[in-house]
Design a protein around this ligand. Structure first.
Ligand SMILES: Cc1cc2nc3c(=O)[nH]c(=O)nc-3n(C[C@H](O)[C@H](O)[C@H](O)COP(=O)(O)OP(=O)(O)OC[C@H]3O[C@@H](n4cnc5c(N)ncnc54)[C@H](O)[C@@H]3O)c2cc1C
Ligand SMILES: *[C@@H]1O[C@H](CO)[C@@H](O)[C@H](O)[C@H]1NC(C)=O
Ligand SMILES: *[C@@H]1O[C@H](CO)[C@@H](O)[C@H](O)[C@H]1NC(C)=O
Ligand SMILES: *[C@@H]1O[C@H](CO)[C@@H](O)[C@H](O)[C@H]1NC(C)=O
Length: 567
């Protein structure tokens, strides 16, 4: 049995080793930079001829207020703004969490990285207040912790939400413990750990039910109340965890409520409220830089001076599959010829045409059938080509939810307008469903620096009249980032559940054998579409994909641990 597996594996490896392969990674965000590092790490004998990252945007430095960037194009979701005085403010991902095992491992020991606090500017600011407020609209607040002395806040929240808080805490704790097993599984070469899809990953961890259900369904299952219970209604100051803290957290992070996000998203949002958060001083983009540096070091070590690793600043617009390889284009310009591709950006936001040469006539291009099997007698569409081929599940082509990040300086929060006590303003304001609707669809207002720098998240662009009402006549608009431009958005639109699809997006060699030979496109972003969108999930997608590709390229082979022990 073991023998036959090994023989089959050797044949597979032989078949793939016939030609050194070139790998293109499209996107240099967390997914792309981490994939590059993991591949470089796997490729100990420098068998990959070339690893090239194509990145269209700015990933190696902060952007400035004055800079003109293509508003139509999303760019990296880990990007930060640098003010004239040098202070930096995250526009996208700002919060790292202690459960971000792969991210923490990547930056570990990197001398250029210094851990700081989220929602700060990287410069010391002693007079920053703290506290959190959850706004319910019409001058009503569900919770304001800044009005209570710090030491009492724990009790304030515990008292308000009672047992429900404990129920959700326990569920979140249990999920985090399961989640913590993933790095070891991804590192293993055991045959069961070459996960083909996010669903297989969640299954391996025993979290697939949480991933596939909505957060509301999960809360129902946990017995978390929708109202203040009859008994608790006799106590003062009782609230509904579900519609206050949990809803507000999901609106901030995903601009989606409990009924729209899946269970994993909800538990993750909740976990972060309990602390253990971090951010990188001077900008989280340094995490990407850390991965790139490590990839380079690995390539130098394994390949020597001609390390055959490149980061190219280009926007891929077209991918054409020929018989032998993929051609990548930026407009008219050909970027190169590659054997395998990692698409490290959501398809919806990449704006790439994926085409394949017709078998009958190589001058005829038709849309590449993405996801699932390549059907031998696929009939070309009547005319032209679809931007997104139809084979992917509907969820994987859905538009992302719109989110706008707005940064203002020289601002004074209008306490009266928000019915707040000016003496104890909360540093961060989140909104419930009603709060969001009554406040111009704003989901968060956070004081980033005590001299009046605020960051806002909203579902749409904020009119200057709105900003003036909120921040007074002297505010300065530093930056506005409309994620994904008019086509939306920042995070997948979960519509209440996850779905299943494979990391392998296209495989021209699938007819011969599963995962062999050149001609594959892998897609780490399917991870965030089926699960949740955060830096760690992108890192997990990268790791899972790098491992599948490493097997395909013959850099590693599945191996039952016992066999290794015998040798
Ligand atoms: C407003 C906001 C707040 C967030 N807050 C948090 C948070 O607090 N904590 C957290 O963990 N996560 C947060 N996230 C989510 C997190 O940012 C993402 O999950 C993560 O950064 C995704 O990384 P990625 O590499 O998979 O994708 P992306 O960051 O989208 O990277 C894709 C890259 O590909 C490039 N690209 C796209 N198309 C092409 C092309 N055709 N050619 C060449 N290059 C291309 C883009 O420029 C980009 O750099 C937030 C996201 C947003 C938008
Ligand atoms: C690797 O690919 C890049 C981008 O196409 C190219 O510039 C470089 O010359 C290639 N190097 C090798 C050794 O193939
Ligand atoms: C908020 O969003 C809702 C739903 O998208 C929209 O109907 C409404 O006009 C928005 N409200 C404001 C104040 O912008
Ligand atoms: C900042 O606000 C003050 C009033 O609070 C105003 O006098 C000043 O001109 C403003 N600065 C800028 C750059 O707008």
């Amino acid at each position: 049995m073991n023998h036959s597996i090994q023989i089959a594996l050797s044949l597979l490896i032989l078949a793939t080793l016939c030609r050194a392969q070139q790998v293109a990674i499209i996107g240099g965000g967390i997914s792309g930079s981490f994939t590059a590092r993991y591949l470089a790490e796997y490729d100990k004998e420098c068998k990959i001829k070339n690893i090239t990252i194509f990145e269209a945007g700015i990933v190696d430095r902060p952007i400035s207020s004055a800079e003109s960037i293509d508003a139509e194009f999303q760019g990296s979701r880990v990007s930060c703004l640098q003010l004239k005085d040098g202070r930096t403010i995250e526009l996208g991902a700002s919060i790292g969490y202690k459960g971000f095992h792969l991210v923490l491992e990547m930056i570990h020991g990197d001398e250029e990285i210094e851990i700081g606090e989220p929602f700060t500017t990287g410069k010391a600011d002693e007079s920053l207040p703290d506290g959190l407020g959850i706004y319910n609209g019409q001058g009503l607040w569900s919770l304001i912790t800044s009005s209570v002395p710090k030491v009492l806040r724990k009790f304030q929240i515990a008292g308000r939400y009672g047992m429900d808080l404990i129920r959700v805490s326990r569920a979140s704790q249990a999920a985090q413990e399961k989640f913590a097993q993933l790095p070891a599984l991804l590192k293993s070469n055991h045959p069961d750990t070459f996960y083909q899809s996010p669903e297989e990953i969640w299954q391996a961890l025993g979290l697939e039910k949480v991933a596939l259900a909505s957060f509301d369904q999960l809360l129902d299952a946990l017995g978390v109340g929708k109202d203040v219970s009859w008994l608790r209604s006799y106590l003062p100051y009782q609230g509904v965890l579900r519609s206050e803290l949990l809803e507000a957290m999901n609106l901030v992070n995903y601009n989606q409520g409990n009924d729209q996000v899946n269970g994993l998203v909800g538990l993750a949002s909740f976990a972060v409220t309990a602390g253990g958060v971090f951010s990188i001083q001077g900008g989280n983009y340094k995490i990407l830089q850390s991965a790139i540096r490590k990839a380079k070091e690995d390539r130098l070590r394994h390949c020597g001076v001609n390390h055959r690793f490149n980061v190219v600043n280009a926007r891929v617009t077209t991918v054409v599959k020929e018989t032998e390889s993929f051609l990548l284009f930026a407009g008219e310009e050909m970027l190169g010829r590659f054997d395998d591709i990692v698409l490290a950006t959501p398809l919806q936001l990449s704006k790439i045409n994926f085409l394949v040469q017709s078998d009958m006539d190589s001058a005829v291009l038709r849309p590449m059938p993405l996801a699932g099997l390549v059907k031998v007698n696929d009939t070309p569409p009547e005319e032209g080509h679809m931007v997104l081929p139809g084979a992917l599940p509907e969820q994987a082509t859905r538009r992302y939810t719109p989110v706008v990040t707005t940064v203002v300086s020289n601002a004074t929060l209008n306490a009266q307008y928000l019915a707040l006590d000016p003496a104890s303003l909360p540093r961060s304001i989140m909104t419930t469903k009603q709060g969001k609707l009554s406040l111009h669809n704003i989901t968060a207002i956070t004081l980033i620096a005590s001299d009046g720098i605020y960051k806002l998240f909203s579902a749409e662009r904020l009119e200057s009249s709105v900003l003036e009402t909120l921040f007074g006549p002297h505010y300065v608009l530093e930056f506005e980032k409309v994620w994904g431009g008019p086509h939306g958005g920042a995070t997948p639109d979960y519509q209440g559940r996850g779905f299943s699809s494979n990391f392998l997006l296209y495989d021209s060699a699938v007819a011969y054998d599963e995962a062999s030979g050149p001609g594959a496109i892998y897609y780490p972003s399917i991870m965030e579409q089926m699960s949740l969108a955060c830096m760690e999930i992108s890192a997990i997608g990268a790791r899972a994909v790098a491992k599948l590709l490493a097997r395909r390229l013959g850099l590693i082979a599945p191996m039952v641990e016992e066999i290794r022990d015998e040798l």
